[in-house]
Design a protein around this ligand. Structure first.
Ligand code: ZN
Length: 158
């Protein structure tokens, strides 16, 4: 089981593009129109990262599908922080920035800096959170048969 942040995607009232207004008084990263709502995404993603780490020993869970921009950004964060723990870069912030710069944003260029801001906000909490950083040796690795099947199917996906 993975922990999905259930939130409808928030759309800019002016340009209709999707984004996450993760800070108060947020403005659309594409056109600058002030957001009408606030979505407290950072504590939620930290909570799901903690949950996955305890259960699977890593942030990216078994069985994950992307159904929304929010899920997509969650996935990017899980994979990136797993990579940070694997590679242990000397400059984690630089590693985050260059990893995101190297992704293909051509379909949604406004998301590059938006996702970067979100990931760096997560990193600011992660760097001081020993619980999140501790290795996953105590993880509950006994998966149910259904989880194993889901993981197996996921690994076959292109
Ligand atoms: Zn906009």
């Amino acid at each position: 089981m993975s922990l999905r942040i259930n939130s409808r995607d928030i759309k800019c009232s002016k340009c209709s593009l999707l984004y996450i207004p993760f800070r108060k008084n947020f403005c659309c990263p594409n056109c600058g129109e002030p957001a009408k709502e606030f979505f407290d995404f950072i504590p939620e993603i930290i909570y799901s990262m903690n949950y996955h780490k305890r259960r699977y020993g890593r942030f990216f869970p078994y069985g994950w599908y992307v159904g929304s921009l929010t899920n997509h950004i969650q996935e990017t964060i899980f994979l990136l922080f797993d990579k940070i723990e694997e590679v242990k870069p000397a400059d984690p912030k630089g590693f985050i920035i260059s990893s995101l710069d190297n992704m293909d944003w051509s379909h949604q260029p406004y998301l590059k800096n938006h996702v970067k801001d979100i990931v760096l906000a997560v990193y600011n909490i992660y760097k001081d959170d020993e619980g999140l950083q501790k290795n996953g040796e105590e993880a509950i690795t006994q998966l149910t048969l259904l989880e194993k099947i889901k993981y197996w199917l996921h690994s076959l996906a292109p």
